[in-house]
Design a protein. Structure first.
Length: 322
């Protein structure tokens, strides 16, 4: 791996240690976990889209909402919504991850000439401290940097690549800590979540533009973790117990969230006959899961809502934990 020393961000360096319990490689279809679901919609006028993308130990949630085609990041804390817009990213900011210190990471787009990139945008990333101060995250020499999650110790994971349409060609995951960028050598990779001690990282790899698979990197060893019946899959976060969440599309072309816990996959679907897809995007130390779902109304119009799912402790789903 290649390390580059960059003093672009000021990140707290308090490395916390936690145990890992998921025996990767022993994944199997398993019993259902009991979850209580709550829908999340940003309570502002004319909001057309809400997603939940990250959740910390305090239950604070970050994500994205849209008013028409204009998108903003948000923080939901103690029932109060705060809009998050990076200074250069008004109208395109996405808040992706939040740690226990209240630091938020995410990304936004900036316009460029279509002669430079066919999409007309490059992606930039940010770190927002609890006091609202923004700093830049930009992998050196890259045109696009996406910061996805941040650990309690301040480690940031994400990916970088050059042109927007060549994702598998130049895309690599990265870990940023104390100004050091560490590049993941797997081509087409994207780191999406990191455990507190940094020894377990989860993400997604794109062999080509139409195919993607979830992976886990445990103490430097990489393993694919596709759920059963997954055609494509994406791992999005991991908590200190080694529980992994993400989403997959099955052979019937339906998208579901998943939880991987102690080697067992559980499908996560927001309840309702009108729900057509579900994605799990974040998990905190207590096992609370954040994500979003898409519903279809009677007119056939699709609506995206965030959600948080909490464990129902009245149902003893894990007798071996007693």
């Amino acid at each position: 791996m290649r390390k580059l020393r960059i003093a672009a961000c000021t990140i707290v360096a308090a490395l916390l240690v936690a145990g890992l319990t998921v025996p990767f490689g022993a994944a199997r279809a398993g019993s259902k976990h009991h979850l209580n679901f709550k829908s999340i919609d940003v309570a502002l006028p004319s909001v057309t889209f809400t997603s939940a993308l990250g959740i910390n130990a305090q239950g604070d949630i970050v994500g994205r909402y849209a008013v028409g085609s204009v998108g903003h990041g948000y923080l939901l804390s103690d029932g109060t919504y705060t809009t998050i817009d990076a200074p250069d990213g008004l109208g395109s900011t996405q808040a992706q991850g939040i740690n226990e210190e209240g630091q938020i990471v995410g990304f936004y787009t900036v316009p460029v000439a279509k002669t430079v990139d066919p999409t007309g945008v490059f992606t930039r990333s940010f770190l927002r401290d609890r006091d609202g101060t923004f700093s830049s995250i930009q992998f050196p020499g890259s045109n696009n940097t996406l910061a996805i999650k941040i650990s309690p110790g301040g480690k940031v994971v994400g990916c970088f690549h050059n042109l927007s349409f060549d994702t598998p060609t130049t895309m690599h995951g990265f870990v940023l800590h104390e100004g050091n960028y560490e590049e993941f050598p797997m081509l087409g990779s994207m780191h999406n979540g990191i455990a507190r001690d940094g020894r377990l990282i989860v993400g997604v790899v794109f062999p080509d533009m139409a195919t993607f698979h979830a992976y886990a990197v445990h103490r430097g060893v990489t393993e694919m973790i596709d759920p059963p019946d997954a055609v494509v899959s994406d791992a999005r976060d991991v908590n200190p117990s080694g529980e992994v969440v993400g989403f997959f599309t099955d052979s019937a072309n339906k998208t579901h969230g998943f939880l991987l816990r102690k080697g067992e996959f559980t499908t996560i679907d927001f309840p309702g006959e009108d729900v057509v897809s579900t994605q799990a995007r974040g998990i905190n130390p207590q096992g609370d899961i954040g994500g979003f779902y898409v519903s279809k109304d009677a007119a056939g119009k699709l609506h995206t809502h965030g959600f948080v799912a909490t464990r129902n402790k009245d149902n003893n789903e894990d007798d071996d934990d007693k």
